[in-house]
Ligand binder design. Structure first.
Ligand code: AP5
Length: 222
């Protein structure tokens, strides 16, 4: 009997390293990475009404209304690859009501990872972040520079990655994070995100391995 796959939520302030760590987690554990922010940016790229509306909120550093976000994430969670490989939910839930939407479907994580990073580092990380539109890889001009000139010349910046906007995004984060944590207290796993990305991943890896171990021990058929 195949054991039930991992179900992971990852949360943290803007630029705390969620996307970077999700890449590493996905590579090792094979989970399906579902990023609320990426789903929204894909919707904006289609030019749809929902995309236009979402962009207005994202430009102000505010949460996009539930009627757009909740449906999007729920739909993605219902796909067969998620059931088979497990999920890694990044940037969702960001409010009490978003968490309750999952609770009502009995969708719960095995572990809720919270990346903790100081505000000064967050601003520096946002301002230096660059994205490769070809591979989707996340870079940082100082901490994760591109491998060669060809990649360097095609890097882009996100429309909400300015010092002014990150301050608004941070405020929104701090207004909501406690109410979300309160729902996942029993599976909360705090990680110091100020270290290098390898060190941060080592901590996360420890947490995920111990969850897997517990799942195996609890499953009488394994
Ligand atoms: P979203 O796209 O989720 O953005 P965010 O939460 O602000 O997070 P980021 O993607 O900016 O950062 P990250 O934590 O992934 O960091 P990264 O790994 O890139 O959301 C954007 C907007 O969409 C929101 O503001 C909101 O409007 C809307 N939205 C999204 N979800 C929503 C929801 N559920 N409900 C309503 N609205 C929603 O790293 C950042 C930089 O730091 C990179 O350059 C990286 O190379 C570098 N870095 C990473 N780790 C390290 C390290 N250890 N040391 C040094 N540098 C590092």
């Amino acid at each position: 009997k195949k054991e039930e796959p991992l179900k992971v939520m990852i949360s943290g302030a803007p630029a705390s390293g969620k996307g970077t760590q999700c890449e590493l987690i996905k590579n090792k554990f094979g989970l399906v990475h579902i990023s609320a922010g990426d789903l929204l940016r894909a919707e904006i790229a289609t030019g749809s009404e929902n995309g236009k509306k979402a962009k207005e909120f994202m430009e102000k550093g505010m949460l996009v209304p539930d009627e757009i976000v909740v449906m999007m994430v729920k739909q993605r969670l219902m796909q067969p690859d998620v059931e088979q490989h497990g999920w890694l939910l990044d940037g969702y839930p960001r409010s009490f009501s978003q968490a309750m939407a999952l609770e009502n479907l009995e969708i719960r994580p095995d572990i809720f990872i919270l990346l903790e990073v100081s505000d000064e580092s967050l601003v520096e990380r946002v301002v230096g972040r660059r994205l490769d539109p070809v591979t989707g890889k996340i870079y940082h001009l100082k901490y994760s520079p591109p491998e060669n000139d060809e990649i360097a010349s095609r890097l882009t910046q996100r429309f909400d990655d300015t010092e002014e906007k990150v301050k608004l995004r941070l405020k929104t984060h701090y207004q909501n994070v406690e109410s979300v944590i309160s729902i996942y207290e029993s599976v909360l796993y705090k990680v110091n995100g100020n270290a290098s990305k390898e060190e941060v991943f080592a901590e996360i890896d420890k947490g995920l391995m111990s969850v897997l171990e517990n799942k195996r021990n609890l499953d009488p058929a394994s």
